[in-house]
Design a protein around this ligand. Structure first.
Ligand SMILES: NC(=O)c1ccc[n+]([C@@H]2O[C@H](COP(=O)([O-])OP(=O)(O)OC[C@H]3O[C@@H](n4cnc5c(N)ncnc54)[C@H](O)[C@@H]3O)[C@@H](O)[C@H]2O)c1
Length: 422
C-alpha cells in the first residue's frame, strides 16, 4: 500500500515508522523543513523509544521519505493519514486551521491530477461535527465528478501515548473508525490487519468525540486520585495503601460498573458518603473542587431527566413510572432520584401512577418510611398493580429500572427508558 502522511509530529512520524515497518511505502509531508530534512537523513525529529531503529530500517529499504510539498505524491496512493496539529485556540476550542489547509491541498491535488479511489483518514483530534461541517464542505467545493466519491473520508482517532508510542501503535486499546455510513473502510481494514484490538466502526460524530471522552476520563481519574490523596494526607492516612485497596477492586471501582449513561445516582449510600467526604476534607482544610461538584452534577442530571421525561406532553398527561426505589429489586426509597422525578412530574401538573413491585407502602419501616412519606405523602395512592395498569391508558411510560420487563405494555405505548440513554 502507498500511504501519505500529513504532519510528522509525534502521531504522524510514529505512524510513518510503524507503517513502513509493515512493508508499506510511506511518504510524510510536513511544512517544517527541518523535520523533513532530519527524516530524510535517517534522524528522528522527536524523542521516542524505538522510532530511530524503525526509521533507519525504513530508510535503508527506501520505504519512508519526507517532503515539504505534496507535489505528485498522491499519484498511486491508497491512503492519506492526516496527523497535523490541532492546538488549543484562545477560547479553548481546537484550532482547525491546519486541518482545513491540508484538506484543501488534498482536494485540490485530487481534482487537478484527476485522482480517485483515495481514502483520507483523519487521525488528529477534531471536535465532533468537523468532518460534516468543515472537511466534507471543503472537499465537496473543490472535487467534482463525485459519483462514485473520489475521496472516501474516514475518522480514525489515535490512542498512542508518548513514551510508548510504537508499542501502542501495534497494540492499541481499541481501533475506532468513523465512516459516513458506519460500515468498514476496506483500506483501513487492510492497514490494521494483524493488529489485535477491539474494533468499532461507527458514524463520524461518535468517532470524533471518542478522544475527548477518553482524555477527560483520564484527567478525571488523575484529579480524583489526587483529591483522595490530599484528603488522606491531611487526615494521617496512607494515600498509597488507600490507592492499593481502591485499584484492587475491579468489580465496582476499576470496571464498567457505574459508567452507563442514564439514571442519576441516589440511594442511601452514595449521596450521604460523598457529602461526608466533602465534610471530612473541608474540616481538615482540603479543597476538593471535583468531588465537591458531584452532587451538583447529579442535580443537573436529575433536571435533564425530568425535561426528557415530559418533553412533548400536554399538561395533565397521564404517566406511568416504572421503578421508584433507587434500583430494581429493593424497596429503599432514600434519596432515590426517581422519587425526585415523581415529585417534579406531579408539580408540573401531570397525573402519575407508579409501578414498583418491591415497594409496598405499608411495609416501609424506619428511615425509609420517614423519607418515603415526607418526600411523597401520597405514595399509597400513586402505587398501582398490573391489573390497574392493564385497565389504564397512559400517554407515556417512563422506565427507571429493569422492572418494566415484568410488565406487559400495550402495543404502541410511548415508552422512554431513562435508565439507559440511546
Ligand atoms: N501527541 C500525542 O500523544 C497524541 C495522541 C493522540 C492524538 N493526538 C492528536 O494528534 C494530532 C497531532 O498531534 P502531534 O502531537 O503529533 O502534533 P505535533 O505538533 O507534534 O505535530 C503536528 C505536525 O503537523 C505539522 N503541520 C502543520 N500544518 C501542516 C500542513 N499544512 N501540512 C503538513 N504538516 C503540517 C507541523 O509542522 C507538525 O510537525 C493532534 O490533533 C493531537 O491532539 C496526539
Amino acid at each position: 500500500m502507498k500511504v501519505i502522511i500529513f504532519g510528522l509530529g509525534y502521531v504522524g512520524f510514529t505512524a510513518g515508522c510503524c507503517i513502513a515497518s509493515q512493508g508499506h511505502t510511506v511518504v510524510g509531508i510536513d511544512v517544517n523543513d527541518k523535520k523533513v530534512a532530519a527524516i530524510n537523513n535517517g534522524e528522528a525529529p522527536i524523542i521516542e523509544p524505538k522510532v530511530t531503529e524503525l526509521l533507519r530500517d525504513a530508510r535503508a529499504a527506501n520505504t519512508f521519505q519526507a517532503d515539504t510539498q505534496i507535489g505528485s505524491h498522491l499519484d498511486g496512493a491508497d491512503l492519506v493519514l492526516v496527523c497535523v496539529g490541532t492546538p488549543s485556540a484562545p477560547e479553548g476550542a481546537h484550532n482547525m486551521r491546519y486541518i482545513a489547509e491540508v484538506t484543501r491541498q488534498i482536494a485540490q491535488t485530487v481534482q487537478e491530477r484527476d485522482l480517485s479511489g483515495l481514502s483520507v483518514a483523519y487521525r488528529s483530534t477534531i471536535r465532533p461535527g468537523t468532518i460534516h461541517e468543515l472537511i466534507l464542505p471543503i472537499i465537496n467545493s473543490i472535487v467534482t465528478d463525485t459519483n462514485p466519491p473520489r475521496i472516501e473520508v474516514v475518522y480514525n482517532p489515535e490512542f498512542l501515548r508518548e513514551g510508548s508510542a510504537v508499542d501502542d501503535y501495534f497494540a492499541p486499546p481499541k481501533i475506532v473508525t468513523g465512516t459516513k455510513d458506519s460500515t468498514p473502510n476496506a483500506t483501513m481494514t487492510a492497514l490494521n490487519e494483524g493488529i489485535d484490538a477491539p474494533r468499532f466502526t461507527v458514524g463520524f460524530r461518535e468517532a470524533e468525540i471518542t478522544k475527548f471522552v477518553d482524555n477527560s476520563w483520564h484527567a478525571l481519574k488523575v484529579a480524583f486520585a489526587n483529591e483522595v490523596g490530599r484528603t488522606c494526607l491531611a487526615n494521617d492516612i496512607s494515600a498509597k495503601q488507600v490507592h492499593e485497596i481502591f485499584v484492587s477492586d475491579t468489580k465496582l471501582n476499576i470496571s464498567p460498573y457505574y459508567l452507563r449513561p442514564g439514571g442519576a445516582f441516589g440511594g442511601s449510600c452514595l449521596p450521604k458518603d460523598v457529602r461526608a467526604l466533602q465534610y471530612i476534607a473541608a474540616d481538615t482544610g482540603v479543597n476538593l473542587p471535583m468531588i465537591n461538584s458531584l452532587l451538583r452534577s447529579n442535580a443537573a442530571h436529575k433536571h435533564a431527566l425530568f425535561d426528557w421525561a415530559v418533553a412533548g406532553l400536554d399538561q395533565g398527561a397521564r404517566i406511568l413510572m416504572v421503578g421508584l426505589a433507587f434500583k430494581a429489586g429493593t424497596d429503599d426509597l432514600r434519596e432515590s432520584p426517581h422519587v425526585d422525578l415523581a415529585r417534579k412530574i406531579m408539580a408540573a401538573g401531570h397525573t402519575l401512577d407508579v409501578f414498583d413491585p418491591a415497594v409496598k407502602a405499608d411495609m416501609l419501616v424506619g428511615a425509609n418510611l420517614g423519607y418515603a412519606f415526607s418526600a411523597l405523602p401520597m405514595l399509597n395512592r400513586l402505587l398501582v398493580d398490573r391489573d390497574q395498569i392493564a385497565a389504564a391508558k397512559y400517554d407515556r411510560v417512563l422506565v427507571n429500572n429493569a422492572t418494566v420487563e415484568q410488565l406487559q405494555m400495550p402495543e404502541g405505548v410511548d415508552v422512554i427508558d431513562l435508565g439507559t440513554l440511546p
